[in-house]
Design a protein around this ligand. Structure first.
Ligand code: ZN
Length: 272
């Protein structure tokens, strides 16, 4: 092989290398262009935690929830940020009652805690929320006294009342009834030393799943069953109701409750 041949072989090798490099470059470029899309898709997952802004004002609850209930629920969801979730809080006191059209359209899941101000929520907003669940598949999670919130009632289409409401020193055991349900993943039975007792029956459509059941233990020692976590599919959307969460108790600080709500957010989110 003379110098020219070496040179030609080298040129040929170089040329193959360049083609290979170009091809690899194209693959790399495709990967690079794909990665931001994947990241963007993950970043788009958003949960909005809404509360009515009364727990932080009322004398009996403001010591437990000085920054309102939405802040504490959102704090419990923080580990989801590592899985690409954006967690934001919203309040009835915010512009557009906390749920602008733009915010609603960008939300994958809306969590709702209301108690005294259900009537203040505008019917127009309720209709938009119900549409977003039924038509677009946004998840909706109603907490505790939000069984009477307008969006939940609109989605259920029933009175959504419990038989009775008692804050009399009742405690409860929350029981994982369906350990294979995504909302019960990793959750163990746990006790709530105080709970507002919501007596069955609950005037809602038959749920598709009840991953969490419960037993109330009354001050006199007698017991009564009460469902704690119920699931429905309404149109395209998943709906979850969670019974605990009274404003004078620290339920939303508890690890088990926080795990349930993180699971519920992921279960309720539409598949993308
Ligand atoms: Zn309550």
């Amino acid at each position: 092989m003379d110098k020219n041949q070496i040179s030609e072989a080298s040129a040929s090798t170089n040329s193959i290398s360049r083609r290979t490099a170009l091809r690899l470059g194209a693959v790399a470029a495709a990967s690079v262009s794909l990665a931001p899309n994947l990241l963007a898709a993950r970043a788009k997952r958003k949960v909005v935690v809404w509360s009515e802004g009364t727990a932080s004002v009322d004398a009996k609850s403001k010591e437990v929830y000085p920054n309102d209930i939405n802040a504490v629920v959102a704090e419990g969801l923080k580990p989801l940020a590592g899985a690409g979730w954006e967690i934001i809080t919203a309040s009835l006191n915010d512009p557009d009652q906390g749920v602008s059209d733009e915010r609603l359209r960008s939300a994958d899941v809306l969590i709702w805690w209301g108690h005294k101000k259900h009537k203040d929520v505008k019917d127009e907003l309720v209709a938009r929320i119900a549409r977003r669940v039924k038509e677009d598949g946004m998840g909706f999670i109603a907490l505790h006294s939000s069984h009477f919130c307008k969006p939940f009632k609109a989605l259920m289409g029933t009175p959504c009342s419990w038989r009775e409401y008692k804050t009399d020193g009742t405690s409860a055991k929350v029981i994982v009834k369906d350990p294979n349900h995504p909302i019960a993943k990793g959750v163990k039975d746990f006790a709530l030393p105080k709970i507002e007792r919501y007596g069955e029956p609950f005037a809602v459509p038959t749920p598709e799943a009840v991953p969490l059941d419960g037993i109330y233990i009354k001050p006199d020692g007698s017991t009564e069953p009460g469902r704690m976590g119920l699931c429905w599919t309404v149109g395209k959307g998943h709906v979850f109701y969670f019974t605990p969460g009274h404003e004078t108790y620290n339920d939303f600080f508890l690890d088990e409750v926080r795990l349930i709500l993180r699971n519920a957010v992921q279960w309720a989110a539409p598949v993308k």
